[in-house]
Design a protein around this ligand. Sequence first.
Ligand code: NYM
Length: 212
Amino acid sequence: NKESRSSRGALIVLEGLDRCGKTTQSGRLYKYLEEQGHSVESWRFPDRNTGVGQMISSYLANKSQLDDHAIHLLFSANRWEKRSLMEEKLKSGTTLIVDRYSYSGVAFSSAKGLDIGWCTAPEIGLLAPDLVVYLDISHEKAAERGGYGDERYEQLEFQKKVAGSYLALRDSSWKVIDATLSIEDIEKKLREVVLDCMMTCHKGKPLSQLWL
Ligand code: NYM
């Protein structure tokens, strides 16, 4: 019908420290929404499938070295190269669940000591999420979850700094969910805020841009 053709999808972003459970929750949310008959896709950044994504992947695996500014801009470029497709999907009514976005970019790079304003600049003009969900866990608790992998950044002291950066970035519009709850409880809370957001978008909330 006319209404559903003109209504857009929602841009949902999940953020949090490494091992906070984002990937598990994105997967479960995706499955749920799909089963409910929504048009939905599961995305993640970095998107390691592109040329830029492969450079990022090699950096994260410690197989290449890059200046902190250079890798920051690659992460940002990786979002820019997906921007038009993202807009197309949203406008055609598909909801996107995105595992990490610009906030990861700013939080991880500023945790290395880069200026926040400098980190934010290349993100200006990307699509603004309709909802940011922060899965909240302390760096100590996250580290207890089977330990970190071998990737760059997956270290206790660094994650502590990242947590501080996220705290500085958070605003009142973010939905913060306690990531130490059971998988099912988190899933339930997540569904609530997401369905609510999808409804708002469906009713005609316009798409907007970062970083305002
Ligand atoms: N990361 C992720 C950044 O440093 N900047 C970014 O812009 C993004 C999207 O990459 N430790 C970091 C956070 C993670 C790492 O992400 C890889 P994942 O979700 O483990 O694939």
